[in-house]
Design a protein around this ligand. Structure first.
Ligand SMILES: [Zn+2]
Length: 217
């Protein structure tokens, strides 16, 4: 089964990608992992990508696409895969479609994890990180016994800039701008399935797997 997983920050996409891929016995392929593998493996593409990253520039689409193509050509991806973090936009989705057509195949399903903005803000803005050991707590879901103090090491807890409400809302806006056209593209293709990503983690996995079983293809 060939699956693409999309979802906003705070939807638990990384965790779900892991669970779903292992249930289906297919590799989870995330752009982050591909980048790291190419950079640490010292491939030509890795060196190219690293050059951009070291300069603080975005890695161009062609480089990302070439890495994805290499990864999808590997043996373990021939029976299926779960893509996380790619495609990010419609041009990338079109390139992926062409690439898979060359391989004689296509996507079976695109799973969209759906969480409303307020829930994302509640999840992310409640996070507190220990200055000393780096452990992450949550003011509502995983509070330390004394507010502001790490149970593990006694260190002081603080809110990372990334976890500030303004930052989260801005990231959600960017996500909407970039992803709505992508969602529409896959919806038009007839392969989009939306999965409610609120509630317990294993419940969300169960819903996602049920959606995959009823996939249009
Ligand atoms: Zn700590």
């Amino acid at each position: 089964m060939r699956v693409v997983l999309v979802g906003p920050p705070g939807a638990g996409k990384g965790t779900q990608a892991q669970f779903i891929a292992s249930h289906l016995s297919i590799p989870k392929i995330s752009t982050g992992d591909i980048f790291r593998a190419n950079v640490s493996g010292g491939t030509e593409l890795g060196k190219l990508a690293k050059g951009y990253m070291d300069r603080g520039d975005l890695v161009p689409d062609e480089v990302t696409v070439a890495m994805v193509r290499d990864r999808l050509s590997e043996e373990d991806a021939q029976q299926g895969f779960l893509l996380d973090g790619f495609p990010r936009n419609v041009p990338q989705a079109q390139i992926l479609q062409k690439m898979l057509a060359e391989f004689g195949t296509g996507l079976d399903i695109v799973l969209e994890l759906v969480v409303d903005d307020e829930e994302v803000v509640r999840r992310l803005a409640g996070r507190r990180t220990c200055r000393q050991c780096g452990k992450v707590w949550h003011v509502d879901f995983d509070p330390p016994s004394v507010a502001g103090v790490c149970d593990a090491c006694g260190g002081e807890l603080f809110q990372r800039d990334d976890d500030r409400e303004e930052t989260i809302r801005r990231r959600l806006e960017v996500y909407q701008e970039q992803t709505s056209p992508l969602i529409n593209f896959y919806s038009d293709e007839g392969i989009l399935v939306r999965v409610d990503a609120t509630g317990p983690v294993d419940e969300i996995t169960r819903r996602a797997l049920a959606a995959l079983r009823t996939s249009p293809n």
